[in-house]
Ligand binder design. Sequence first.
Ligand code: BEZ
Ligand code: FE
Length: 290
Amino acid sequence: MTPTAEPTLTQAVLDSFAGCPGDRLRTVMSSLVRHLHAFASEVKLSEEEWFAGIRFLTEVGQTCDDKRQEFILLSDTLGLSMLVTALNNERPPGCTEATVFGPFFVEKAPEVANGADIAQGAQGEPCYVSGHVRSLDGSPIANAQIDVWQSDEAGFYDVQYAELDQHQARARLHSRADGSFDFRSILAVPYQIPNDGPVGKMLANLARHAWRPAHLHFMIVAPGYERLITHVFRSDGPYLDSDAVFGVRPTLVADWLRHEAGVAPDGTRSDKPFYTLDYAFVLNPASPAA
Ligand code: BEZ
Ligand code: FE
């Protein structure tokens, strides 16, 4: 790390933590202070820049409420959320990788049976999703709890519409005895993360865009396995190499197939073209409790 311009000042702050009873808190705070001081020294932070930073963080905090978490958005757009996800979700090769949670999960999504239409009126091109939940050795995982959520074709999640009084394009279902599941929904499209606040201004100042590549969110929970929070991304869309929150992993990119109007996977006739996605999720066994 770049040495600080004021080593005795840095040391004095570190020494002030000596009485901290929590080892972990002392470790985390000491490292944070060392890196903060090294950062300010490396860029020779001006007083104006220091104050601009304070103003920016104040605005980030003031933009947060019970529906909007601008600090998480800041963490997402600086790659910190994905780094923390990666640090805490190392899995053996072959297991499905985790990615960022995002702010649009809902604790109690409508429970549906396999085959249900989870769009519930959300606008978009029809899409039929099927998949399996398996263990690393290929054995099926029955009765896994699968939460799925996505935006509509305008790029908004149901929770972003103040006037909506029911959930759309999200559901909770369970895998069958053979690990399979399926549902009907709408086609995932690229969308912009909320960018009308200070984080949006920061992105604009950095000449960065706010787009995420098209994806479906999944959270899969099964007894005896680690919880999996992930996305499946559309291979045919833009922004896979410039996701605003750095969440893309090549193993999570899948082909959504386009079909002309005709018989859909559920046996009904679709008078519009429709899409299908099939994806297998592989869960990591939970480590035995120590
Ligand atoms: C999302 O994919 O829902 C999301 C993730 C991070 C920031 C904003 C949205
Ligand atoms: Fe999303």
